[in-house]
Design a protein. Structure first.
Length: 172
């Protein structure tokens, strides 16, 4: 069974290691960057973990992935990153995290949500399109000063038309 919870301070090193597993050098966050995004005043981090007793590696259960998102006073949320361990991909963990983040953004009165992903990340593109996201614009040379990013957006419950906002965070 997979459970979701708020991130705790003791999770940080493991979350950073998961980010390193999920993204190549230069795209993966440094510890300082990840800590900064997670600590922003309107940000939240949700963790997916296997319930204790099911292939656990520590007493609280094994962390399978996480999402960092934030709300904005303009009522547009932003998925800053969503990371799932390679062995947890294609198991529904990413969907649980994304849907939980979207529900939280709705609770925080967001009417839409934005994210960025590399044009070359076909798995992420398919995942987000499956969850109702549409491409809004392309940002040239966004990653590693050489890989274009797609800004993708979605209306949330009661949402209005989303206009692209270049938040210029690194990835999802």
């Amino acid at each position: 069974m997979i459970n979701l919870r708020e991130s705790q301070g003791s999770d940080f090193d493991e979350l950073w290691r998961i980010d390193q597993e999920c993204f190549q050098e230069g795209i993966a966050y440094s510890k300082r960057e990840l800590a900064w995004y997670m600590s922003r005043s309107r940000a939240f981090t949700l963790v997916a973990h296997r319930a204790p007793g099911q292939a656990e590696q520590k007493p609280g259960g094994r962390i399978l992935g996480f999402v960092v998102a934030e709300s904005d006073p303009s009522r547009v949320g932003h998925i800053l990153t969503i990371d799932v361990r390679p062995d947890g991909q294609r198991t529904g963990v990413g969907s649980l995290l994304l849907e939980a983040a979207e529900r939280r953004l709705v609770q925080e009165k967001c009417e839409g949500v934005l994210l960025e992903t590399a044009v070359s990340n076909t798995a992420a593109l398919a995942f987000y399109k499956h969850h109702g996201y549409s491409v809004i614009e392309t940002i040239p040379r966004y990653y590693l000063d050489s890989i274009d990013a797609l800004v993708m957006g979605k209306h949330l419950e009661g949402g209005r038309l989303i206009e692209a906002k270049r938040a210029r965070v690194k990835k999802t």
